[in-house]
Design a protein around this ligand. Structure first.
Ligand SMILES: [Mg+2]
Length: 127
């Protein structure tokens, strides 16, 4: 079963890394370089899961999250934070985000986490 993964990060290096890490086999990867672009991609592509950077110029990850929840309240989100951003983590959890990774993350751990979140969601949906 293929999952559509939206990667949102203002840094091209991170987008490229995550594209390489996920765009094979089980995933179709969509990229966005800003919060605004993320909203467009959510509307156009309806991803199953989002990897969302929190620190971005313009619309940051939390603001994007607020808007995305209005479009699709059940979308799965894993956020990417910097070390020590505990307030941001707490805010995102209030918006229903259950998982986060701290940059710099281990790509294999992130793969495992994405798989876990998708698997748990599928289990819940099939009862
Ligand atoms: Mg950033």
């Amino acid at each position: 079963m293929t999952a559509k993964l939206l990667v949102v990060d203002d840094q091209m290096g991170v987008r490229r890394l995550l594209f390489e890490a996920f765009n094979e086999g089980d995933y179709e990867v969509v990229l966005a370089g800003s919060g605004h672009e993320a909203l467009e991609k959510v509307k156009a592509d309806m991803p199953d899961i989002i990897l969302m950077d929190m620190k971005m110029p313009g619309m940051n990850g939390l603001e994007a999250l607020h808007e995305i929840k209005k479009i699709n309240g059940s979308i799965l989100v894993i956020m990417m934070t910097a070390y020590g951003e505990l307030e941001i983590v707490a805010e995102a959890m209030k918006l229903g985000v259950k998982e986060y990774v701290t940059k710099p993350f281990d790509i294999n751990e992130l793969r495992e986490l994405v798989k876990k979140v998708l698997d748990e969601n599928r289990k819940n949906q099939t009862g």
